[in-house]
Unconditional design. Structure first.
Length: 309
């Protein structure tokens, strides 16, 4: 965080982090949605496709370019809400870790301590992410659900129809299918996410320079590395979460442990890594764009706030 922080009112600082996180979420979705769609399809129906390219070409052939962008609306809502809360809470979590560590300021935190702060902040962001990600995943895998006979072929593929069906058949708790899996993914995942990002920024920072002075390219690369670290560390958990959220639509899935053991027993360990390639490929542009948008927006708003305070 910048040295200007003490000049800005805490409420204004929170609003800046919320806004910058939201802008990062938009950038993340715009740059990586097709890859995310392929990932979800391969996770939930691993035997239906031979690989990344087969899934991409098949989706384009049967659903057109819109098929690769299925779930964009809830994905935008999910990422904007998640990253707004995540980065706002990241600031508070860094302050908490600073106090618990007996340090004087956030700037004294090590990269590992910042990673721990990111892990803490994900507890809160998961609560706004789960419902919107549930709708996104079901929209993305709707074509495969129809092909496999797990849902009505006449079911309308719109965000509202999915939301209405969940509320009608499962009630409000239905929107939190996969909440446990989301926490199991997010809490350790964001340790590696922020840890990878902060460590990369440290490596890009020359002697006598600060992280705040890094340009667009180092920020983008650091964000991409952070995203790759996230997915490589928790991908099997995400696969189980996607199964729970999509197949619960047909009443097929139970809890995390049951679903995890069911996949291992019936499909093998590798099924948990189906769709990993598009996910890691997506991690670089989408998370690079996320952090670049976040840092640039935050810096611009902080400068503006400092001038007017």
């Amino acid at each position: 965080m910048t040295s200007e922080k003490h000049l800005v009112h805490p409420v204004v600082q929170t609003l800046i982090n919320l806004t910058a996180g939201a802008m990062g979420g938009v950038a993340c979705v715009v740059s990586g949605q097709p890859f995310d769609t392929v990932k979800v399809k391969m996770q939930t129906f691993p035997s239906m496709y031979r690989g990344f390219m087969d899934c991409t070409i098949s989706t384009y052939h049967h659903e057109g370019i819109r098929g690769l962008y299925q779930g964009t609306t809830p994905a935008l809502l999910a990422n904007v809400a998640e990253n707004a809360v995540l980065f706002a809470c990241y600031d508070f979590s860094q302050q908490l870790v600073t106090r618990l560590s007996g340090l004087q300021s956030i700037s004294d935190l090590s990269d590992v301590q910042k990673a721990a702060a990111g892990s803490i902040s994900s507890i809160f962001s998961s609560m706004v992410l789960c419902p919107t990600e549930l709708v996104k995943c079901r929209l993305q895998a709707l074509h495969e659900m129809k092909l496999s006979g797990k849902t009505d072929k006449a079911f309308q593929s719109s965000t509202w129809s999915v939301v209405h069906t969940i509320f009608k058949t499962e009630g409000l708790p239905g929107f939190f299918q996969g909440m446990t899996s989301t926490w199991l993914r997010e809490v350790p995942g964001y340790f590696f996410f922020f840890g990878g990002y902060e460590l990369s920024r440290t490596l890009f920072t020359y002697t006598g320079q600060t992280k705040e002075n890094l340009g667009a390219v180092p920020l983008t690369v650091s964000g991409g590395i952070g995203g790759a670290c996230f997915w490589l560390s928790v991908y099997p958990i995400d696969s189980v979460k996607s199964r729970i959220q999509v197949l619960s639509m047909a009443g097929k899935q139970k809890g995390f442990l049951y679903s995890f053991l069911h996949i291992l027993r019936n499909e093998g360990f590798l099924a948990l890594y189906s769709g990993l390639m598009p996910t890691v490929i997506r991690a670089f542009p989408s998370n690079g764009a996320l952090f670049l948008a976040y840092e640039m927006t935050r810096k611009a708003l902080m400068n503006q706030a400092s001038k007017t305070s």
